[in-house]
Design a protein around this ligand. Structure first.
Ligand SMILES: C[S@@+](CC[C@H](N)C(=O)[O-])C[C@H]1O[C@@H](n2cnc3c(N)ncnc32)[C@H](O)[C@@H]1O
Length: 324
């Protein structure tokens, strides 16, 4: 009898634990389908929506969660939803939920068929998801920028290369602050490179190129500082050794590398990095996160050392690392 009650208690605990998913799902859908913007403008939503019952359910849920407010027969988004989940807002964070719901969760759900050998590992489609990933990486950039600026200042470089520069968030800010330094950003994704070029079009000290680092020939020119932020998981542990060899050829003897990456099994953010690691590993073209020891081995492979390793987003296990 006691065992059966304990069973119910345990079931209740797991059900309650899942309640937190509801606001995420609701905000995601409202952002994805532009409902919050539409509600803000018209007090009503979805004249074009085919399934009215599902729409009614979404509105009801929004009212229950406080994401939506009723005024007479009109419905409006709460100020929180308006600010953070409207596409028209300049502080929107909806892309983070899109990435989680459309990329991370489906990947984790693929574990069973992949583990059983029923399907091969997934392939990460950079064309489909590259822009969203670059956007969400920019949240980390916001937090880590000061650390990166300090590293770049300490290395004392005049020319800086950003490998896998994404939408050029770091380059743009650094180039504005250091107009006398030269910046080169490379990224293999076409759409991301177009964004990067757009974001830096007014900066004469920035050059952005669509290049795959593995094939890039910079005609023997080297850099005193190389930034490599959130890039390592695009390379397998074996390929990372090759990557370091490429970097060796691009880095001045007295130069340094600014590395930003989540570290697996580090002191901080173990749960987040475990989740991220699971997501990465189920793809044939994304790879497990490095550990702190892995980074030391990579540095040693080109005769360098890790000279600094500091957490920047503790709950996510994200670190700013300097290799010299
Ligand atoms: C997660 S994003 C990070 C963007 C930016 N560095 C940041 O931290 O905000 C990683 C970027 O690396 C690029 N990338 C991956 N492999 C690459 C390679 N072999 N050569 C150049 N860029 C690469 C991807 O296209 C992607 O835009």
């Amino acid at each position: 009898m006691v065992r059966q009650w304990k069973r119910v208690w345990e079931a209740r605990k797991w059900m309650k634990q899942n309640e937190g998913f509801l606001p995420t799902w609701h905000a995601y859908l409202g952002y994805r389908l532009n409902f919050f913007d539409e509600l803000q403008q018209n007090g009503t939503v979805g004249a074009h929506v085919k399934d009215r019952e599902l729409l009614e359910n979404w509105i009801q849920t929004g009212l229950i969660l406080g994401h939506l407010k009723k005024k007479g027969d009109k419905v409006y988004p709460s100020s929180q939803m308006k600010q953070y989940f409207s596409k028209s807002s300049d502080v929107a964070i909806g892309d983070l939920l899109v990435e989680m719901m459309e990329l991370h969760i489906p990947s984790l759900m693929d574990y069973a068929p992949v583990l059983k050998g029923e399907t091969p590992r997934r392939t990460f489609d950079g064309d489909e998801h590259g822009t969203a990933v670059a956007t969400t990486s920019s949240f980390i950039e916001q937090i880590s920028y000061r650390a990166v600026k300090k590293v770049v200042s300490e290395i004392g470089c005049e020319t800086i290369l950003d490998i896998g520069c994404g939408n050029a968030g770091y380059i743009r800010r650094l180039a504005e602050e250091f107009p006398h330094k030269e910046f080169v950003g490379i990224d293999l994704n076409k759409a991301v490179v177009e964004d990067a070029k757009r974001n830096t079009k007014d900066l004469s000290n920035v050059r952005i190129e669509q290049q795959d680092l593995r094939e890039w020939d910079n005609e023997g020119k080297t850099f005193k500082c190389i930034m490599m932020h959130n890039l390592l998981h695009y390379f397998s542990p074996v390929e990372r050794m090759e990557l370091m060899k490429n970097i060796e050829g691009l880095l001045d003897k007295d130069g340094g590398i600014s590395l930003i990456t989540p570290l697996y099994l580090s002191e901080h953010g173990q749960e987040f990095s475990a989740a991220f690691n699971n997501f990465l590993s189920v793809h044939e073209n994304l790879h497990r996160l490095p550990t702190a020891e892995d980074v030391e081995v990579l540095a040693a492979a080109i005769g360098r050392k890790v000279t600094s390793l500091k957490p920047i987003v503790k709950e996510g296990g994200w670190y700013s690392i300097v290799i010299k």
